[in-house]
Design a binder for this molecule. Structure first.
Ligand code: AMP
Length: 282
């Protein structure tokens, strides 16, 4: 595996791969790699001949300094995991290379970025937009792989690719979970064994909702019942619990509407913020 943190060798390696006619697949990450990231890489391997993983903890997408400073990082372990997974190139630039100065351009994704994560983490999606565009422009991948765990982010990037005419095929990878259902996340390392068990109730609630929504009349009733379930879980504090159109991210009132519907949840366990979602109707 070739590892670089600078641009000249990145370009050289990419042009070698392109000259060989290889399709390039990009998996953007912030490191502290787990099996969710590895699944993205596996998908990249099946779709493309040349797989690039980027590791960059993007300061622009954190709205709380503490969260940024405490974000887990394990470069050595990550390097070994990527090498074992036969990744072709690891790009791990530092912030000065990516942002020689604070960007003055702002990317506004419109209404889709204003609720859920966009409402609670001000500036988050603007930061995501800038780093993703930078990576797309520097790497020019044929395919990009993003997790459906961050569904709002996935939908925003789908819009970005379409509206800016990037010749990139976006692949959304289903959420990888622990055996107890907890969605894998780099932030899970901050949870105690008890915290991990409490956090697994998030998915239990989502599965209950999926199994029961058809017998309920409205989204409001479903959310109420789900919140009741969550409120009974000691140590679990729900931040939001919303039912939305999976494509537009607009809230939904009736569960009988046509089209794809998703239930999204954000919660705190032991001070760690966790998000998850489930497609109610696909
Ligand atoms: P992060 O390093 O948290 O920025 O995540 C990098 C990519 O991995 C994003 O596209 C995430 O949506 C994806 N991802 C994170 N956790 C999971 C998971 N449990 N299953 C699948 N993809 C994931």
């Amino acid at each position: 595996m070739y590892h670089t943190n600078e641009l000249t060798s990145l370009e050289e390696e990419l042009s070698k791969a392109s000259k060989k006619g290889m399709k390039i697949g990009l998996v953007p990450t912030m490191g502290a790699l787990h099996d969710g990231h590895m699944e993205l890489i596996k998908q990249a391997r099946t779709h493309t001949e040349y797989v690039i993983v980027s590791i960059f903890i993007n300061p622009l997408q954190f709205n709380q300094t503490d969260d940024f400073l405490n974000y887990p990082s394990n470069p050595k372990k990550d390097y070994n995991k990527l090498k074992n997974a036969e990744v072709d190139l690891l790009f791990s630039p530092d912030a000065k290379l990516i942002y020689p100065k604070k960007p003055s351009v702002k990317i506004d994704f419109g209404s889709i970025s204003k609720n859920l994560e966009g409402a609670l983490r001000l500036g988050h999606f603007e930061g995501v937009g800038i780093i993703v565009m930078k990576l797309f422009n520097l790497i020019k991948p044929n395919f990009a792989f993003f997790g459906l765990k961050d569904l709002q982010q996935y939908v925003l990037i789908k819009n970005l690719i379409k509206e800016f005419s990037y010749p990139i095929k976006l692949i959304g990878v289903p959420t990888v979970r622990e055996e107890n259902g907890l969605a894998l996340s780099s932030r899970n390392v901050h949870l105690s064994p008890t915290g991990l068990t409490i956090a697994s109730q998030i998915y239990k609630g989502l599965v209950w909702a999926k199994n029961n929504f058809e017998s309920l009349q409205s989204a409001q009733i479903l959310v109420l019942k789900l919140k009741n379930f969550y409120n009974k879980q000691k140590g679990l504090s729900i931040e939001y619990c919303e039912i939305l159109n999976s494509n537009t991210f607009k809230p939904i009132k009736s569960l009988q509407v046509k089209g794809r519907i998703t239930l999204c949840v954000a919660a705190y366990v032991e001070g760690v913020r966790l998000i998850d979602n489930i497609f109610l109707k696909e």
